[in-house]
Ligand binder design. Structure first.
Ligand code: GTQ
Ligand code: FE2
Length: 381
């Protein structure tokens, strides 16, 4: 046996069972031959490689906001932001993804924390990213030289290869969440990264109320005639809470007035879109805001691909597969591929949730599916 063969990582076991050949010395020799030539026969792998439907390795898991903020603020005291890590970002690690900093097989979710006066230096990368602010304000994210204010409820997408830096101009620390397609880029070996300037210019640190991108793109139903071409990611860098909130409360009001406006009784939802083409804000990430009227329950549904939710406001109960949690502001949880989800608001308060998922990837390859598990009419208040 050559050394190469001795190092073969292929290990095949003869298994008894339906569809498997009977163990014999000859079969044993055949399997050792496969190992030496780095070959794996499909019949020893089929159950795991080609299951009848997605069986996610990711676990449904919940992270409590209180713990995330507590640990992030300790990191704020102990760990500087510099050219090393570039960001004081702390990733959610799904318990069944081998200790990797991945919330789901495709998605990165992190809490990021900046102390007063701190800068997270400029860089750019091919991974698509966004910020969502569950509480606080005072940080400006500077994207391609355009300074964008971040406040509670705002959603701030940053398409791949845009230069970006963050700056805390306030007197209080601030936390927010980041979502990126880092695991997807990693598995598909498609990443690029570059360092930018270490310091922002004075003009970029004194920030106007509205960014250039909002003045150009932030008018409902209107696009600048000077920009007729669609772009693969959104040029609008901030989707403000006042607009999202109004869209959700209008849907629930319309439902009360007898119009068909909601996903199911008492369950309003909106999707953030790219104003140049009406599609998802980012090529790999879909983002939505959901509101359940007090006492309302969503359909129970499952989808191909994974999502991460963050409770924005209110209290309720979420069921993900076999797991069930009471949730409140800031709590984050994972919906793995093809695991059923049901959301329910407590009787005395609405429940608002931010959601991001990888559906655009699967839609692009015609592999996306949704299945509603409960019969229509069984959901709702
Ligand atoms: O803020 O630029 O959570 O590049 C991970 C990677 C945040 C960021 C993260 C990043 C950033
Ligand atoms: Fe970044």
């Amino acid at each position: 046996m050559t050394q190469e063969n001795a190092l073969s990582p292929v290990r095949l076991k003869m298994q008894a069972g339906p569809g498997q050949p009977d163990p014999s010395p000859e079969l044993e020799r055949l399997y050792r031959g496969f190992e030496q030539e780095l070959l794996v026969p499909l019949w020893t792998e089929i159950g795991d490689l080609m299951p009848p439907h997605p069986r996610s390795k990711a676990t449904a898991h919940l992270w409590r906001w209180e713990r995330l903020v507590d640990l992030a603020s300790q990191a704020g005291r102990l760990v500087p932001v510099g050219r090393g890590g570039e960001r004081r970002a702390i990733a959610l690690a799904n318990p069944s993804l081998g200790g990797k900093p991945y919330a789901t097989p495709t998605l990165w979710a992190a809490i990021q924390y900046l102390m007063p006066g701190e800068n997270a230096p400029e860089h750019r990368h091919s991974q698509h990213a966004f910020r969502f602010v569950v509480e606080g304000e005072g940080v400006w994210t500077v994207v391609g030289g355009d300074a964008v204010r971040m406040s509670r409820g705002d959603f701030l997408p940053q398409a791949g290869m845009n230069w970006h830096a963050h700056h805390n101009a306030a007197t209080e620390p601030m936390a927010w969440i980041d979502g990126l397609d880092i695991p997807f880029s990693y598995y598909t070996e498609s990443q690029f990264f570059e360092f930018g300037r270490h310091q922002l210019s004075a003009a970029e640190l004194t920030t106007p109320e509205r960014s250039v991108s909002e003045r150009l793109w932030g008018h409902p139903g209107l696009r600048p005639a000077s920009r007729p071409e669609p772009t693969p990611a959104t040029p609008l860098l901030a989707y403000r809470w006042v607009d999202t909130d109004r869209a959700l409360s209008d849907q629930l009001a319309l439902e009360r007035e007898g119009h068909a406006a909601t996903l199911s009784p008492g369950h309003a939802a909106v999707r953030f879109t790219n104003p140049t083409n009406g599609r998802d804000v980012l090529p790999t990430i879909r983002t939505e805001m959901h509101r359940l009227r007090a006492g309302a329950r969503s359909r129970t549904w499952r989808e191909v691909g994974s999502s991460v939710f963050q409770v924005f406001e209110g209290r309720g109960t979420v069921q993900v597969g076999e797991r069930r949690w009471s949730v409140s502001r800031g709590d984050m949880f994972v919906m793995p591929s093809w695991v059923p989800l049901c959301l329910q608001a407590d009787a005395d308060t609405d429940l608002d949730l931010f959601r991001f998922g990888d559906a655009p990837i699967f839609e692009a390859i015609h592999a996306h599916r949704t299945q509603v598990d409960d019969a229509p009419g069984t959901s709702g208040a």
